[in-house]
Ligand binder design. Sequence first.
Ligand code: C2G
Length: 425
Amino acid sequence: MTKVITYGTFDLLHYGHIQLLKRAKALGDYLIVGVTSDDYDKTRGKINNQQTLMERIAALKQADIADEIIVEEYEGQKIDDIKRYNVDIFTIGSDWEGKFDYLNEYCKVIYLPRTVGISSSDIRAEKHKLSIGIIGNPGGGPKFANEISYVNGAELKDCGEGFENVDAVYVATIPSNHYQDIKNALAKGKHVICESPIATKKSQCEELLRFAEENDLILADAIKTAYSTAFSRLVVLAKSGRIGDIISVDATCTSMQGKLDEKNVDLSGVFNTISSWGPIAMLPVFQLLGTDYRQKTIVTRFLDRDLLFDGFTKIDFIYDKAVASIKVAKAAKSEGELVITGTKGYIYVPAPWWKTDYFEVRFEDQTENKRFFYQLDGEGIRYEIVAFIKAIERNKNDLNISAQVSAAISGVIEDFYRGDYIEIQ
Ligand code: C2G
């Protein structure tokens, strides 16, 4: 019996795929099809799959060409599979010509002609592309614009006077303008993705999220860290009890602002430390411990008091069964790490934890330690955009940051601006 194996994503299974599969099957008696897992596709830069692994497998089963379907989860797996299943022939489309010659050592390699004129990318592109406009800029703007180009279903467009040219708006104006800017965009029926905080008052944040929901619009809090695979995995791992009860979350984020020259003064009020680093540092605290803290203390050291530009801020949160602290600075430097303390062990994320692809779970007995690595491209921004588009398509706000977390973040910023801090010189 001649065993043949082939691999692919097979997103939106089409004529080209079917032809390839039929030709592959004709090469032998038994065809194994390896379907890429969602995580594996992410590591090889395929972030736009429309269908989940299960949907892609279901479509292949229906096509009824494969004798066996397996999942491809890691680089190099092809070698393992060929050995494990005693494969005689590895085959793949001619777009991969030469790329799999290294498999000749294990079996025969055949490149089959690729069907011209059809591809999953074309099918995806035929769907209406979500046009996103950008308002404001500092910091986030250029990065975000660049990341849109990696997302198949989205395109960057000029907003036009009244957002008439776009379906959605990315808001990167100064935080004190967010409320009004988001309100305007939502009122015009546009979906919004806004750099955190959504507003500098809790009630305003809640009002905007409610308005969006009532009007079938998506309002996304843009904290890219929430979309990093490593970060989301560590959150669920910690919640699953792996390190026991979580009793402390400690997050530090620092970057050097430099002098408050004219350019920076422009950004006053503003991209001070609490409103730029604050939301990111609060994310693991609120996601792991909830937003129901008993009390908190904000300690701040101003770089420019008149501008309310904090150069260093530390916040301690006390919960019923846990504590948390965030330390953020633009005029002080520290180790940008995240540590989650549990009753059985702890999770350590090295600097810069907010764009991490790596973390460790550590125990007293070091032999129990585990390391985790997950690919991160574009600092998480492109995954954030993909999630935003999917939420719009499904008309369901199932984004990684809940309304409670967004509101709690806005609430802390509000308290800061109300003067609810202890100042150190
Ligand atoms: N294909 C084809 N004609 C098309 C489109 C795709 O013959 N018009 C073939 C591809 O050459 C490939 C298979 O269909 O052999 C699956 O294509 P994709 O879903 O795009 O998967 P791909 O990224 O090529 O998978 O481990 C994964 C594989 O290495 C590659």
